[in-house]
Ligand binder design. Structure first.
Ligand SMILES: NC(=O)C1=CN([C@@H]2O[C@H](COP(=O)(O)OP(=O)(O)OC[C@H]3O[C@@H](n4cnc5c(N)ncnc54)[C@H](O)[C@@H]3O)[C@@H](O)[C@H]2O)C=CC1
Ligand SMILES: O=C(O)C(=O)CO
Length: 328
């Protein structure tokens, strides 16, 4: 088989890099690192395949890659990619759905627990030597079990969150998406447990509202003041999807007005979160540095799937997970 040129634009585990090197010519160059930028720029015009994540593969970059056949993302989200240009040039876009669902759902649950039971705040009280008497009502938390969960976005990861909530924590689960999900086919264990609900009814009833949405033109800024205004007073908001689906100014206003009890955020409109963002230090926000899938096991599984996708595509075989750029 002809050896082709692969440009790895974010670090891969050694074993996956070795699989690529056995079959192709590989350049590893992360354009976010100044010292590697020149090498990325030199390799791009010769690249048949790109693999990596967390870097915008936009129109301008694609214009510098005339030989490109496939982009393999080590992520399930595809908001970093110029989907229309990829489609127009017939460049395959592969991603990593499925292998991270349970891990991301665990992270979202960590945020549910941390916000409702004030885990970070109360742990700091101990660490800072302020635990001098039994804690009183002012520091009590809010139960998770038995409370109502409202999911905005009910795809692979939303369903994994719903399983934890319903089967593990006895929580009634409401979900809202563009259309009801065929639970009998996709998640039979959630039949009769997760109910398709009109958006405003979900917002009025849910104690926890969890956003697990992809970022697209239709979801950008979707969670705005009208959404926060429709939430039950004292609700907790969690975002595990993408930061730019939320108007952060509206989120802050909802925290300030007291409508929201707390927020748990793994994702932000700008990442890393700028120093000046009020979300960084707000006392009722638990911020995380986009760690939804960041476990050793899952990041390795994602790298392995992305590597397999790329190798198959370059060999003219069907990759295991292709994103349909025509649907964008
Ligand atoms: N925090 C993190 O580290 C991670 C974040 N993510 C984000 O989570 C997203 C979701 O992942 P999956 O569950 O695998 O995707 P999926 O494609 O299985 O599910 C997406 C859900 O969003 C719904 N949706 C899409 N557009 C909508 C709209 N305009 N209005 C209402 N609902 C809409 C879909 O109907 C579906 O229910 C990813 O695209 C990614 O952006 C994914 C993995 C890790
Ligand atoms: O896969 C994704 O889309 C992420 O955000 C990181 O796992």
């Amino acid at each position: 088989m002809t050896r082709k040129n692969i440009l790895v634009f974010r670090e891969l585990p050694d074993d996956q890099l070795a699989r690529l090197q056995a079959a192709h010519e590989v350049t590893v160059a992360n354009p976010r690192i100044d010292a590697q930028r020149a090498s990325f720029d030199a390799a791009l015009p010769l690249a048949h395949g790109l693999i990596g994540s967390s870097f915008p593969i936009d129109d301008a970059l694609l214009a510098r890659a005339p030989l490109l056949e496939v982009v393999s993302s080590v992520s399930v989200g595809v908001d970093n990619y110029a989907l229309a240009a990829l489609h127009a040039r017939d460049i395959l876009l592969c991603h990593t759905p499925g292998v991270l669902d349970e891990t991301v759902a665990d992270t979202v649950f960590a945020l549910l627990m941390a916000t409702s039971r004030r885990v970070v705040e109360l742990s700091n009280l101990v660490r800072e030597g302020r635990w001098t008497k039994n804690i009183g009502e002012d520091l009590f938390g809010f139960d998770v079990h038995g409370k109502t969960l409202g999911l905005l976005g009910f795809g692979r990861i939303g369903q994994a969150i719903a399983r934890r909530a319903s089967l593990g924590f006895g929580m009634p689960v409401l979900y809202h998406t563009r259309r009801p999900v065929d639970l009998a086919a996709q998640a039979p264990e959630l039949q009769g447990r997760a109910l398709f609900t009109a958006r405003d009814e979900l917002l009025a009833r849910a104690d926890f509202v969890v956003a697990m949405l992809p970022l697209s033109d239709s979801t950008r800024d979707m969670i705005d003041a009208s959404v926060f205004d429709a939430m039950k007073s004292g609700a907790i908001f969690i975002n595990g999807g993408r930061g730019a689906t939320v108007r952060e100014d509206a989120l802050l206003a909802a925290l300030e007005s007291g409508r929201l009890r707390a927020a748990g955020l793994d994702v932000f409109a700008t990442e890393p979160l700028p120093d000046e963002s009020p979300l960084r230090t707000h006392p009722r926000v638990t911020p995380l540095p986009h760690i939804g899938s960041a476990t050793h096991e899952t990041r390795h599984a994602m790298a392995e799937l992305a590597t397999t996708n790329l190798l198959r595509a370059l060999a003219g075989e069907r990759p295991l997970a292709v994103y349909d750029t025509a649907s964008a």
